[in-house]
Design a protein around this ligand. Structure first.
Ligand SMILES: NC(=O)C1=CN([C@@H]2O[C@H](COP(=O)(O)OP(=O)(O)OC[C@H]3O[C@@H](n4cnc5c(N)ncnc54)[C@H](O)[C@@H]3O)[C@@H](O)[C@H]2O)C=CC1
Ligand SMILES: O=C(O)[C@@H]1CCC=N1
Length: 264
């Protein structure tokens, strides 16, 4: 199996590594980070080797995941530019940085993939949107890309022009879902439920509802209707959510997220 190297082992880099461990052998994964103390800790904890700099990582791994913040991309791309060749598959998970911009920095002959994963990858329950130029990759490489992101959860190929929308709906969305879970739990604590029970009930309700959407294939609106007994408790809550502009708040959040993607 070709080696995969992760540059930047922060929140998302670590989630990717932990997700990969479900299907990849430890010897096929390596990583680097400017924070050497963190590198040592992760090597000790997970038994995965780190290398001392980005150039060395690029020389050792065929698949290279760039998992640093967008502002550190210029430094990282310059570190690897002279080491990577057209044989490498360079995967960026940064929002807002296009494949054209990446190739401008790395050289036009280099092959790049853009991906937008999310942190549930840590548990193999991530969702990743992926785009690349079809003709630049062999069938084997396309399979390897699918295997990498498949080991983190679900993945979908999308057109590059839709990658900012992917950030809104999956890359960033776990944060809004956690806010919803926290608020839902607070609402039950307000009426006396112990906090731990409230978090479990809120989180399991979100998990179960998400599974209902994914596994029944029913429209979310139809599933909502089945919870709303006529004249019952749920429609009273739904009505209050509508009055507070719940759906519009979510859509406005996506507007802000999308706008930020275009500014990075
Ligand atoms: N956190 C998330 O939920 C998601 C993040 N992303 C993207 O993933 C990238 C990383 O995000 P996070 O993991 O949240 O950031 P983070 O700040 O937690 O991790 C970034 C890591 O990169 C390291 N780093 C910085 N400069 C470096 C360099 N020159 N060479 C090697 N390592 C270097 C830092 O020490 C840090 O450990 C960003 O582009 C972000 O937009 C994408 C999807 C989801
Ligand atoms: O907040 C961010 O910029 C990154 C991208 C998607 C999730 N986290």
């Amino acid at each position: 199996m070709a080696k995969i190297g992760i540059i930047g082992i922060g929140n998302m880099g670590l989630a990717i590594v932990k997700g990969l461990l479900g299907t990849y052998s430890r010897k096929d994964i390596l990583f680097t980070d400017v924070n050497k103390e963190r590198c040592e800790e992760i090597t000790k904890e997970l038994g995965i080797e780190h290398v001392d700099n980005n150039g060395h990582l690029a020389a050792s791994a065929q698949y290279i995941v760039l998992a640093v913040k967008p502002q550190y991309f210029p430094a990282v791309l310059s570190d690897i530019r002279n080491t990577v060749t057209e044989k490498n598959v360079i995967i960026s998970i940064a929002p807002g940085i296009t494949t054209t911009q990446l190739k401008e920095k790395l050289g036009d002959e280099k092959r790049v993939v853009r991906a937008m994963p999310n942190t549930p990858a840590l548990l193999g329950e991530g969702m990743t949107g992926v785009c690349y130029e079809e003709k630049a990759f062999s069938a084997e490489e396309k399979q390897a890309i699918a295997d990498i992101f498949g080991s983190l959860g679900k993945m979908r190929l999308v057109e590059e022009r839709l990658m900012n929308a992917v950030v809104c709906v999956s890359g960033s969305s776990p944060a809004y879902v956690y806010m919803f879970i926290e608020a839902l739990a607070d609402s039950a604590v307000k009426y006396g439920l112990p906090r731990e029970a409230a978090y479990e009930m809120a989180a399991q309700s979100v998990l179960g509802s998400a599974k209902m959407v994914l596994e029944t294939g029913e429209h979310p609106g139809a599933l909502k209707d089945k919870v709303c007994s006529p004249g019952g408790t749920t429609i009273a809550a739904v009505s209050a959510l509508e009055e507070a502009g719940f759906r519009n708040a979510v859509i406005k959040a996506a507007d802000a997220c999308y706008k930020k993607c275009t500014e990075l």
